[in-house]
Design a binder for this molecule. Structure first.
Ligand SMILES: NC(=O)c1ccc[n+]([C@@H]2O[C@H](COP(=O)([O-])OP(=O)(O)OC[C@H]3O[C@@H](n4cnc5c(N)ncnc54)[C@H](OP(=O)(O)O)[C@@H]3O)[C@@H](O)[C@H]2O)c1
Length: 310
């Protein structure tokens, strides 16, 4: 039976790290339809297959599904890939979101678009607020910034959420949390960057925050990240301790010596003050999120979601 407040929520990028976890979180209370490119074979929610790069796909999906909410989790989100495929990055990260925002405005569908903490150049001391000026450092962050601006220009009622999160993914290798668990479990040495500060949020906390923002009808730009800033090395150490793995396999290192092509900002500490004020509640602590990530591991959640692609 449909609950009174139940809404139909369409989630693009449903096979991605955020998309799959958001879909599972949202389906507790809402009617979920996921959109993917064909990876999801047996997910416990309805799935449509579509290539968003195909002209006309956005309007066709919205007309056939008629959702109340659209959350766009589709993106070219790999920084190195974006440097290699700048045209695809521009289309998927900026042009398609703008098209979605316009299509949603016309149909009175509430739209949520995901952006990134990486729009900032990292030169600020302290936390960035929504009022701070972005200064993207590469193709990924530039196309994401272009996307967030285009979305809000054509659809000021939309929510644009700048995020950073970790969790269990379909392929088992998408998030930084998985990177540390996988490698340390196999006894491998890994680097942990000491000069990249970020605010990692457990993906389920992110999903819950996005749903609460929709239910509260928030609009505009928000930082939706974890409440605690730390460097990537510290994050790895926290993960290792929680999972009982060897933290001394993590080598503290500078990102400048990583050999990665795409430039990384050193400070991606984002303030969540606006979010917690407008939601009227505290953002969950880092340790609560890490507990959730570990509990999922103990309960076989990683294997469960991987089975959706068989
Ligand atoms: N992960 C993070 O910490 C992080 C940090 C900052 C911002 N973000 C943002 O958060 C959002 C979600 O990120 P994520 O980590 O969940 O990304 P992800 O795991 O890479 O997932 C991307 C999704 O987009 C889909 N997609 C790619 N090209 C497509 C196309 N042409 N047509 C239809 N779907 C297509 C992918 O499908 P396939 O599975 O078929 O490839 C996948 O489902 C993105 O906007 C990203 O920029 C993420």
């Amino acid at each position: 039976m449909l609950r009174e407040h139940m809404a139909r929520i369409l989630i693009t990028g449903a096979s991605g790290l955020l998309g799959i976890n958001l879909a599972l979180e949202a389906k507790r209370e809402h009617d979920v339809i996921g959109v993917d490119r064909g990876k999801l074979k047996s997910a416990p929610f309805r799935v449509l297959h579509a290539n968003l790069l195909r002209v006309g796909s956005v309007n066709a999906i919205l007309d056939s599904t008629r959702p109340a909410w659209l959350v766009n989790c589709a993106a070219l989100a790999n920084l190195e890939e974006c440097e290699k495929r700048p045209d695809d990055a521009r289309i998927l990260n900026a042009e398609v979101p703008a098209e979605m925002a316009e299509a949603c405005a016309k149909r009175n569908i509430k739209f949520v678009h995901l952006s990134t903490d990486a729009v900032f150049d990292g030169t600020k001391e302290g936390a960035y607020t929504e009022a701070d000026e972005p200064n993207p450092q590469g193709v990924y962050s530039q196309t994401k910034l272009d996307g967030e601006r285009a979305v809000l220009q054509v659809n000021p009622q939309a929510i644009v959420a700048r995020v950073n999160f970790y969790g269990w993914s379909l392929g088992g290798r998408r998030s930084l949390g998985e990177f540390f668990v996988n490698n340390l479990s196999e006894g491998k040495n890994v680097n942990g960057f000491t000069d990249v500060i970020f605010c990692p949020m457990w993906v389920n906390h992110l999903a819950q925050a996005l749903i609460a923002m929709l239910e509260k009808d928030l609009r505009g730009l928000y930082h939706v990240v974890g409440a605690q800033a730390m460097n990537k090395y510290q994050f790895g150490v926290e993960v290792a301790r929680k999972f009982g793995l060897r933290e001394n396999l993590i080598e503290p290192q500078s990102v400048e010596r990583s050999g990665l092509t795409a430039k990384r900002s050193h400070n991606l500490w984002l303030s969540v003050h606006k979010l917690s004020t407008d939601l009227g509640r505290e953002i969950p602590s880092f340790s609560t999120g890490l507990d959730g990530f570990y509990t999922q591991f103990q309960q076989g959640y990683p294997q469960k979601i991987r089975s959706y692609q068989q």
